[in-house]
Design a protein around this ligand. Sequence first.
Ligand code: ZN
Length: 496
Amino acid sequence: MRIFLAALVHETNTFSPLPTTIASFEELVLHRPGQAHTLDRARRSAGYAEAWAQIQARGHEAIEGLCAYAQPSGPLSRRDYEALRDELLADLQATGPVDQVVLVLHGAMVADGVWDCEGALLTRVRRVVGPGVPVGALLDLHGNLSPDMLGSGAVLVACKEYPHTDYAERARELLDLLARQSRTGRAHGAVMHRAPLLGIFGTTAGPMKDFVVRLKAAEQQPGILSVSAFHGFPWSDTPHTSAALLVLYEADDAVLAQRAQALCAELAGAFFDLRETASAPRLAPDAALDAAVAAMDGSRPVVIADGADNPGGGAACDSTFLLRAVLERGLRGVALGMLWDPQAVAIAMAAGVGARLALRIGGKVGPLSGDPLDVVAEVLAVRSDAQQTGLGGLKDDLGQAVALRVAGSNADDGVDVVLNTTRQQVFSPDCFTALGIAVAAKRLVVVKSTQHFRAGFDPIAAAVLYCDAPGSLNGNLAALPYRHLVRPIWPVDAMP
Ligand SMILES: [Zn+2]
């Protein structure tokens, strides 16, 4: 079979201080058909990599169109969004007849005046290929599911795990469902049910781990093809922003359609019932540091997640609130990363390894980044080729990166900070160890990430704590100036 494969991925934080343009995609992944130098980067992008591998494993021909990923940030301009959308559609048209279409999308992409970029794109893709060609989309569970996405008739499959460690399984599921459609010529039925809640729900432990088990059990019921639980993306002010359940079923008879409806409503209700317990508590910076000191066991590091400044949700990734607090307390044996600060990186690289220099770091993008910190830093390492292991074991480039010791004169009393030029969250210890920082031997590690870091850090951590410093992804959702949400929704509104 000839399968058209393309990706257009952006998680849009409508409260982010950073705009999103075509250049934002160029900084991360912007692969165009026939462009040899970007193909490797495209094929190690989470979601696209697994979908491409599935097509290869089945012996089909992947016809690769646009593959575009940008780091989460603010809404795209309408012009840039439409340019990328139309480029993808032109690639599809130029391909000629295909047997299937596989798209890798996020589900929370917003452009000026377009709340639901994925729904609009899928609708247009359907128009190009007609009603008979199976179309599928692999989505992030942080997508805000919309009626237009369902209305396109696409097979929609979202990852179930947060951290998103299951793209390989979900890509297999999506290709299985498309193969079923190609084989039988029968479309699936789809039903969605909004669960009026917003939050950050890791699935590594607690009630959400059990909820994932329940979703998978529901998929074993006769006639049920797939169940996805969208957590939604809270820092997105749109009418579609919400958690939602999606059930795909064999659209053969009315009784099954009713059962799918009931199952979807039941699971949405179960998700809503978890609202008070599904999120790990987030501590204020001082409380997080107190708890970290109490949890230090002398052999393994305590890890604090600075989720409010996670670039993986659209934050600037240069806030100094936690670093300042660590330095003020005189905490020893600390590593912190990564601060996005191209200017300080350039100065430190020019100074070179071993230099000691006065440097102003972080706090540059806006008020939610805090004030910059003036430090005396020793340059421990500089690299332009460092990578970290990202989701699914894929290699993620750090750009130009430096390790600095910003206090003390040896590893036991210093605070080691990684700064880099590619705005990216911490996925794994590699972003420290690649720069010579023995992170497993530290007493405390502070990471700019909300949850994805757990896949790489749980094996070395004495404890993991979630902190809620000021920032673009601060967890106090009720304080965000929402204007377009469908109300009521928890926790913005008190709901019984
Ligand atoms: Zn996500």
